[in-house]
Design a protein around this ligand. Structure first.
Ligand code: CTP
Ligand code: MG
Length: 242
């Protein structure tokens, strides 16, 4: 039956409003990303970046148009199969009360200890975990150790990586990381060869991507590489200079 094989993603004339409102949040978006490519999504607060993300694993459904994965409408996939192939790292990292191992392995209960550690190494959190009182058995969440925002973000990235997703979606998940750590993380992500959507505020991150999508008030303001956008989008130039 239908599973994600390659991780190609296409938006075809996608518009969207939330069920409880009729204000359009995304307007007529069309773009496509090939398997293994990285797409950086930029745009001011409220421009629709998180809303766009949610349409791929069907946390919400489009109100017009189509989202295609490997050429097939996401509506045609069994939802568990669809979500199994997509690693979503939400804007606010969520930790559960439990050990580090349980937090990374959440949703993939058959993960081996080697797989957990390897995901943690790639997410650049392994060294931090090693320094905790009980390493991977250390309890986090309620009555557990306190972790910083950036540490929570990296655990949350490790949780997505351990599933070896075909499509990885990072919602501003590296905002609390310094540039050096972020650089190492992005390098490690390349070894996964997954299609990567990365919402970011940082031009340095966007520059590394195959494509940049600049959203403005729910519509595509610009699409292209860093060099292309410097030549075609006054808004992008303004962001670069700010
Ligand atoms: N919105 C809404 N109902 C929700 C979530 C969002 O009506 N459950 C609206 C917001 O008020 C906003 C628009 O949808 O006007 C886009 O929101 P979002 O996609 O969350 O914007 P982001 O670009 O992700 O903003 P940020 O950078 O602040 O995360
Ligand atoms: Mg958002």
């Amino acid at each position: 039956s239908l599973t994600i094989n390659k991780g190609a993603v296409e938006f075809k004339n996608v518009s969207f409003h939330y069920p409880e409102s009729d204000v359009p949040v995304l307007r007529n978006l069309s773009f496509s990303v090939k398997p293994g490519e990285t797409l950086a999504i930029l745009g001011s607060t409220g421009s629709g970046k998180t809303s766009l993300f949610q349409l791929v694993p069907r946390l919400y459904d489009v109100t017009e148009g189509e989202v295609l994965v490997d050429g097939k409408n996401v509506m045609n996939y069994p939802i568990e199969k669809l979500r199994k192939g997509i690693g979503v790292v939400p804007q606010e990292a969520v930790l559960f009360t439990g050990s580090i191992t349980e937090n990374i392995g959440w949703g993939k209960e058959d993960a081996t200890s080697d797989e957990i550690i390897s995901a943690a190494v790639d997410a650049q959190i392994h060294e931090t975990v090693e320094k905790l009182p009980n390493q991977y058995d250390t309890r986090v969440g309620q009555r557990g150790v306190n972790l910083s925002g950036g540490q929570k973000q990296r655990l949350s990235i490790a949780r997505a990586l351990v599933r070896k997703p075909k499509i990885l979606m990072l919602d501003d998940s590296t905002s609390a990381l310094d540039l050096k750590t972020e650089g190492k993380l992005l390098k490690a992500l390349r070894t996964y060869s997954c299609t990567t959507f990365i919402i970011t505020q940082k031009i340095s991150t966007a520059m590394e991507a195959d494509h940049i999508l600049l959203l403005d008030d729910g519509a595509v303001e610009a699409w292209g590489t860093h060099e292309e956008l410097l030549n075609t989008s006054p808004l992008y130039v303004k962001i670069v200079q700010s």
